[in-house]
Design a protein around this ligand. Sequence first.
Ligand code: HEM
Length: 128
Amino acid sequence: MSENGGTKKITLEQLQQHKDHGDLWLSIGGKVYDVSKFMDEHPGGDEVLVTEGGKDATEAFEDVGHSEDARELLGPMLVGELEGAKIAPQKPKSASVDPTAASASNPLLMFLPLVFLGLWMAYRNYAS
Ligand code: HEM
């Protein structure tokens, strides 16, 4: 059933079927959450959640600048992963084996100009 480490795949259609008070799912960051039981406790009120119900609420959620505590509340409400979500790419082509990406971010490369400077100064000393 689950192909992705036990994460259930939720289609957009399934998500859209849960948009009522008391049966409300929304998607944040490519994951689907059942907020039915949480809505009455939401400090931002239940209305905003109903507005976002059955939809991708990532932008609305991020725009508010929710705290770490708010993000931790999401965990227990997780239903699964949204299929074909914009975020959470399955496997970007370049991510498999890309040695250039690794070397480009190698912090040691930062010091390369210093090494050349050192060599040049040593050469100058030696030549004079
Ligand atoms: C299930 C997802 C959500 C959770 C767990 C959640 C949780 C929280 C929590 C804990 C707070 C208190 C402040 C904080 O700790 O950041 C808060 C505030 C707020 N939330 Fe959410 N929230 C969710 C989704 C949303 C969505 C989709 C909106 C849509 C706009 C929204 C709008 C707000 C607003 C406006 C406040 C500020 C309330 C105030 O300070 O008066 N929230 N939320």
